[in-house]
Design a protein around this ligand. Structure first.
Ligand SMILES: [Zn+2]
Ligand SMILES: [Zn+2]
Length: 270
């Protein structure tokens, strides 16, 4: 299949290798629409090994090798041993604040870390969709209650313009499509253009995102699930949850594709 997209400035976009150098685009947000459209039209191939993958974006073999968190702590998503007597690790090492629960699909290690890096820093929206698909697979069958609305962790407008897409939004879009849940991309805003969390540690992360979000009053009285790519200390999801709870949401839970395993989370499984 040959697809040509005509655009104003002949700038090559980063999905070009995937679609054999035939796509050019003008605006970053147009690129995203083109990419979503093509992803829905073209035969799918596994995002890890490149083999045909049927109706999904990863093949069964690669999925079987992923570092799934089979039995997560219900509060912090740390992996629990299969025979652990309770559903909580007892030493949650991320900031959960007012969050009712955190669900993570995968340990943030190879190859999940590579896929996240490609999505964020090589501007590859299809990698974010792959993470969303994995998160949906992991949520299927494990959800006790469904949220009323799913919202992605928003990017600040300036960063969104630079990157061209919000990876958390692509993940939550894939999750809600798979699970048939309502999705709202504008119910929350990031009001301060904070430093990248990945460059900071501990308390600095907390200070960096405190008060960084604003939520719409339409979230009052409902159960909201927020979606992000990775949870490390929990500062970002906690800060967004605080903003959503401030406008009167009933419950806020968090779904993330990858959970970093350091400190206590590592020791629970050992
Ligand atoms: Zn594969
Ligand atoms: Zn825990």
């Amino acid at each position: 299949m040959e697809i040509t997209v005509f655009a104003a400035d002949h700038r090559r976009i980063n999905v070009e290798t995937k679609y054999r150098d035939v796509i050019f685009c003008c605006q970053p947000m147009d690129l995203l629409k083109v990419d979503r459209l093509l992803a829905s039209l073209l035969p799918r191939e596994c995002g890890l090994c490149g083999l045909p993958s049927g109706a999904t974006n990863s093949c069964a073999g690669c999925r079987a090798d992923l570092p799934w968190i089979e039995r997560p702590c219900r509060l912090c998503a740390a992996p629990l041993p299969v025979d652990f007597p309770v559903d909580y690790c007892g030493r949650c090492d991320i900031e959960t604040g007012g969050l009712a629960s955190v669900h993570a699909a995968l340990a943030y290690q190879y190859p999940v870390d590579r896929v996240v890096t490609r999505a964020k820093f090589q501007r590859r929206p299809e990698c974010a969709r792959l993470l969303g698909e994995w998160l949906a697979f992991s949520l299927q069958g494990s959800l006790a209650t469904f949220p009323d609305l799913v919202v992605p962790v928003p990017l600040h407008r300036r960063r969104l313009m630079r990157r061209g897409f919000n990876q958390a939004e692509e993940i939550s879009r894939a999750v809600t499509e798979h699970l048939g849940l309502p999705h709202a991309t504008r119910a929350c805003r990031r009001i301060s253009d904070t430093d990248a969390q990945s460059a900071l540690s501990g308390q600095k992360r907390r200070r960096n995102v405190r008060g960084a979000f604003k939520a719409s009053s339409r979230l009052a009285g409902i159960h909201v699930a927020i979606v992000d790519d990775v949870v490390t200390t929990g500062s970002t999801i906690r800060s967004l949850a605080d903003a959503i709870l401030d406008v009167g949401a009933r419950t806020v839970s968090a779904w993330v594709a990858g959970r970093s395993l350091s400190g206590n989370a590592k020791s629970v499984v050992q």
